[in-house]
Design a protein around this ligand. Structure first.
Ligand code: CMC
Length: 435
């Protein structure tokens, strides 16, 4: 971040105050005005619900150009990482360390992650406390938070080695916990990780093996899962990542912070959108019903949204959606499901929406979740676990952002301010005088 020669001046029309504020330049993207002295100088806060114009930190991890539809992890375009960038663990290494690993670094990293895949045997008792029909996201919020009680040896956030060990533990154990949540929900025994398999193949094994029948690894499907993980690995300062940073700003341990991120991701406007998009397609049912559905979406009183469409940052086609659409074709071909009615319906809906003035004028394009649900369903993943897979993928992004925040000398406890519109000070009346 460098200082710009240009300064911003804020002056009030009544001449009561004027303030000159520095402008900082990033490497790419919009500059920022440093408003930190505003309150001290004027006694006023800025008002920005939803952080529409507010950068809460500086970061060198992920860059999005929403107008161009560009997503870069540490400078590398997502298209290159997804197609030529190796597997998900390479992306993890990149996000955590800033550079892609060389062959030796990759082997060491994979080896370290692989050796942490098992969870404490006691963990299964936490699962057994949940109802079998509990939503996997509630199970994950609970069990990921509970990890903190098992790993006291890596909770000193001021120790870089502890931070590193916690990061590895979280990345390694998330697939095990997500698969355990699934197995518990269907009443099957938990399946232990297999360290001879790749990260994604091991996850499929823990999901789909039973003591009676091993899962036969299918490379096309494993690659598809790996791509889902790469595409969801990080997305700069979205709601769940900001939640992780805010939780972490108080000095909370990383397991607690990631549990907070999972809770935020659960919402349908964020990670829950893939589940909601698939349910929406199922509800629409057939191509003939699309016009009626689109009419409902346009009717502001209906409360209906086209799930998997629109994004706070992308005002163009989400680059992840293009890659996910490609993966969708590959997986459905591999499984002989080319005529999958839901996929055909999604294609028709996308085409109609992309030509419709309502969506065009608002720059609403498909986001990654429009297609990821169809891919996951084809992989055999139940709808209720879709957001859990998103959480598994995003764990590396959350932890990379958390680590970056902890080592930032400008880091302070997050404490937004408010415009108070409630009652001014008043006296408590006796109960017989209350209305
Ligand atoms: N369907 C219909 N109308 C929409 C949609 C949609 N999916 N998204 C936005 N709009 C309309 C909105 O009603 C508003 O219209 P108007 O200007 O007439 O009031 C206009 O477009 C601008 O929308 P906004 O609500 O101001 O946009 P936002 O940046 O606050 O919301 C969003 C972004 C993602 C929450 C929203 O687009 C949405 O709810 N989409 C559906 C849910 C979804 O797919 N979420 C996944 C996001 S990608 C995965 C992730 O990163 O978590």
């Amino acid at each position: 971040m460098t200082n710009s020669e240009t300064k911003a001046t804020l002056s009030f029309s009544d001449g009561s105050a004027s303030l000159e504020m520095p402008i900082y330049k990033g490497s790419v993207g919009p500059d920022v005005i440093d408003i930190r002295k505003l309150y001290g100088a004027t006694g006023m806060f800025t008002y920005d619900p939803g952080f529409m114009s507010t950068a809460a930190c500086n970061s060198s991890i992920t860059y999005i150009d929403g107008d161009k539809g560009e997503l870069l992890y540490r400078g590398y375009p997502i298209e290159q990482l997804a197609v030529n960038g190796g597997d998900f663990l390479e992306t993890c290494y990149l996000l955590l360390n800033g550079e892609l690993p060389n062959a030796t670094q990759k082997t060491e990293f994979v080896d370290t992650v692989t050796k942490h895949t098992m969870v404490h045997e006691q963990m299964q008792f936490f699962f057994r406390g949940f109802r079998r029909d509990a939503h996997p996201m509630s199970v994950l919020v609970g069990t990921v938070g509970a990890l903190a009680s098992f790993y006291h040896d890596s909770l000193d956030i001021n120790d870089p080695h502890h931070r590193e060990v916690s990061a590895i533990r979280l990345i390694a154990k998330m697939p095990t916990l997500v698969a355990m949540a699934y197995k518990y929900s269907i009443g099957q025994p938990f399946v232990y990780p297999r360290n001879d398999l790749s990260y994604s193949a091991n996850f499929m094994h823990m999901m789909f093996s039973t003591p009676c029948e091993p899962y036969k690894v299918n490379e096309v499907l494993v690659r598809a899962l790996d791509r889902i993980l790469i595409l969801h690995a990080d997305h700069e300062q979205n709601a769940s990542t900001s939640t992780v940073r805010l939780a972490g700003s108080s000095g909370a341990n990383p397991f607690a912070c990631i549990a907070a991120g999972i809770a935020c991701l659960w919402g349908p406007a964020h990670g829950g959108a893939n589940e909601a998009a698939l349910s929406m397609l199922e509800e629409i049912g057939s191509v003939d019903n699309i016009p009626e559905f689109i009419a409902q979406v346009k009717d502001k009183n209906s409360g209906v949204k086209l799930m998997g469409f629109g994004h706070r940052v992308y005002k163009n086609y989400d680059p992840r959606a293009k890659l996910m659409r490609e993966t969708c074709y590959e997986v459905l071909n591999e499984l002989g499901l080319q005529d999958d009615p839901l996929f055909k319906l999604a294609m028709a809906l996308e085409k109609i929406a992309l030509e419709d003035e309502y969506f065009v004028s608002r720059k609403l394009y498909p986001n990654v979740d429009f297609y990821s649900g169809i891919v996951q369903r084809a992989l055999g993943i139940p709808t209720s676990l879709f957001t859990g897979i998103f959480a598994l993928a995003r764990t590396v992004g959350w932890i990379a952002q958390w680590k970056e925040m902890i080592s930032d000398p400008e880091q302070k406890i997050g404490r937004p301010r408010q415009l108070f519109v409630g009652s001014p000070k008043r006296d408590v009346p006796p109960i017989d005088q209350r209305g």
